[in-house]
Design a protein. Structure first.
Lengths: 132, 132
DNA sequence: TTAAAATTTGTTATAATATAACACTATGTA
DNA sequence: TACATAGTGTTATATTATAACAAATTTTAA
């Protein structure tokens, strides 16, 4: 049963919910939504979330403690993520920009650090909110 | 009393603590450290932190829920922040790189969003940890 | 095939992070 | 002065996340 798509039962339930959502979901919002499916306690949600993040199926929006499905071929398993976040309507969009990604992946801190991963969050007002 | 440096009493106490720390400090670590100075409850700490972030004196490391003093002329009041984070020793360093900053400040999302602010967190293993 | 290893699940309790709400004091401005 | 704005102190509570343990499922490989 688990082999077909490499996600376990709880992971699949939670991924499906995040994947069909148009906005980032918070852990406890997820918890309430999946209680009818038998997922009743926070650790069940957090474990699934951890695994999904680890495998790049979802990303955590750190500034919002919320989770979105990856829209970008799993982002090399979450090594290079970038988001645009509207400060008015809270909309979050994953940015897929090869030049940006290459630029940042190639960036190395002068002090001798070699980066393995980055997360970038842009904030502004989205097109839709600008009109209102 | 407040005029001399534009920080209030609690803001100054908390800024001083963060500023002299060699590592990011968490809100409740700060709370315990300043109880002897009369700051006894979380709201007092969070209010000071909020203000200090707002004025660019400190930054929040979102992936760690921790705070560091700005080492970079207040980063245009926190409009453009970048950090390198060691995944081994948890060291955090603020990156000051004009080219990077300009590149990102000039980046605009295709979908019509104009960015006002960004936060970038790089993860890797620092020089010191690599040797060990 | 079958026993050991690794992963996932279920569950209770608790830790860690953050804010609401209210009464009050201090400071800046006119 | 007197008004507005910002900061303080306090209690309670909301939100986010993990520890710890027992059981079941799946994978691996002898
Ligand atoms: Zn992605
Ligand atoms: Zn918007
Ligand atoms: Zn700075
Ligand atoms: Zn290190």
């Amino acid at each position: 049963m688990y082999k077909e798509n490499n996600l376990s039962k709880n992971q699949q339930i939670i991924f499906d919910l995040i994947n069909k959502s148009s906005e980032p979901l918070k852990a406890y919002t997820i918890l309430f939504s999946v209680q009818k499916k038998g997922i009743k306690a926070p650790p069940q949600v957090y474990r699934a979330l951890d695994k999904l993040v680890e495998t790049g199926k979802i990303h955590k929006i750190e500034s919002k403690n919320a989770f979105v499905a990856c829209r970008n071929s799993n982002c090399e398993i979450s090594k290079a993520t970038a988001f645009s976040i509207c400060e008015s309507c809270e909309m979050v969009d994953e940015i897929s920009d090869t030049k940006l990604s290459k630029y940042l992946s190639g960036f190395n801190h002068k002090k001798g650090m070699k980066f393995k991963r980055f997360n970038l969050e842009f904030f502004g007002i989205c097109k839709k909110c600008k009109k209102d």
